[in-house]
Design a protein around this ligand. Structure first.
Ligand SMILES: *[C@@H]1O[C@H](CO)[C@@H](O)[C@H](O)[C@H]1NC(C)=O
Ligand SMILES: *[C@@H]1O[C@H](CO)[C@@H](O)[C@H](O)[C@H]1NC(C)=O
Ligand SMILES: *[C@@H]1O[C@H](CO)[C@@H](O)[C@H](O)[C@H]1NC(C)=O
Length: 188
């Protein structure tokens, strides 16, 4: 009898869990493809600021979409230089300019960049109980990577806010911890 009851509850639980998965999956952003890593040629892939380089043969998932935007969209904050010669590569896509790393500027994953629609608009980034307003100037490409145009770096994840050091400073993150942080953001 006891066995029957627990088996029944287990079945109910499995049904509940699988239903929940199906529901949330409908709204999920799914991969758009994959690329196979190529080893950067000598002198390519600037690793000065802990940038990741593509690994030969490694499979990287690409995305044209990002998770849905809300008033508190969860994202991973990463560090980028938007200066000439920095690890961000060429000038920013929104204005074809370089930006001082002392100004709060960010690149967003392809889905959130949304075909330039957030260009030069500001977002509010919140973490550690602190907030900073930063301007969107570039795309963190989730659709391509591991080529010369992307400095032989892998495609971006689809949930990235790639930020200048001014953003990290404003959030009061100790320098030793710059590089990867869970944050939330919203359109300012
Ligand atoms: C690395 O970061 C420092 C400090 O943010 C910056 O001055 C330097 O230009 C960066 N180097 C590259 C290659 O991006
Ligand atoms: C992106 O914007 C350009 C210019 O407004 C437009 O021509 C193009 O169709 C858009 N692409 C997508 C995928 O929406
Ligand atoms: C974003 O903020 C910057 C700096 O405060 C400001 O110059 C710019 O006009 C703002 N952009 C928009 C679209 O409000």
């Amino acid at each position: 009898m006891k066995v029957c009851t627990s088996t029944a509850s287990l079945v109910v639980l499995i049904i509940l869990v699988s239903t929940k998965c199906l529901c949330s999956e409908a709204q999920q952003c799914r991969p758009s493809g994959r690329i196979i890593g190529k080893k950067p040629p000598p002198g390519e892939c600037n690793q000065e600021n802990d940038s990741e380089c593509c690994v030969q043969g490694k499979v990287y998932t690409t995305y044209t979409c990002s998770p849905a935007v809300s008033g508190q969209t969860k994202a991973e904050l990463t560090l980028n230089s938007f200066e000439k010669g920095g690890d961000g590569g060429g000038p920013s896509a929104c204005d074809n300019q370089y930006h001082s790393d002392d100004t709060p500027v960010v690149a967003l994953s392809t889905g959130w960049f949304n075909n330039m629609s957030r260009c030069l608009h500001n977002i509010t980034i919140t973490a550690n109980g602190k907030s900073v307003v930063a301007m969107v100037v570039d795309e963190c490409d989730s659709t391509m990577g591991c080529d010369q145009d992307h400095d032989y770096q892998p495609p971006c994840s689809n949930n990235i806010v790639d930020a200048s050091r001014a953003v990290w400073k404003a959030l009061g993150v100790p320098h030793a911890h710059w590089g990867g942080l869970q944050i939330t953001w919203s359109d300012a």
